[in-house]
Design a protein. Structure first.
Length: 135
């Protein structure tokens, strides 16, 4: 009963349920002719259940995707990740040399100081956005 009352009170106050988020997001600055950029940060899941990120997109790019670098028989390889699971209350770091964002065909020249919004979607329909700084 108390839980239901709390949920109703939060709804009445306009509170929203917690959603996953990208913290400290940033994009590596590149020459204006670059066809691919990389993005980094820390995906955080505040929920008490696992969440699986299945897509990312942004109006400033023709396409965006999650990727991972890994060593394969002594050779560093990159592959696209069709999904990325976030443990309950957990984080996944997006960093150079590991999991990261690939941002294809920028629609405008991005320079240090610019900001870009990306939209993420999860397997169960949660959508959340993040603003990344170009630096």
């Amino acid at each position: 009963m108390l839980r239901s009352a709390t949920i109703l009170l939060l709804a009445a106050l306009g509170a929203t349920a917690p959603t996953p988020e990208l913290r400290d997001g940033w994009i590596r600055a590149a020459p204006p002719t670059a066809k691919v950029l990389a993005g980094y940060g820390r995906l955080h899941n505040p929920l008490e259940r696992p969440v699986t990120v299945t897509s990312v997109q942004g109006a400033d790019f023709a396409r965006a995707a999650l990727h991972e670098m890994s060593m394969d028989q002594g050779v560093m390889r990159m592959r696209e990740l069709p999904r990325l699971e976030l443990a309950p209350g957990g984080d996944v770091t997006l960093e150079s040399g590991g999991k990261h964002l690939m941002l294809f065909e920028p629609k405008r020249a991005l320079k240090a100081g610019d900001r870009v919004v990306l939209e993420f979607a999860t397997e169960d329909g949660i959508r959340f956005s993040a603003t990344l700084d170009v630096r």
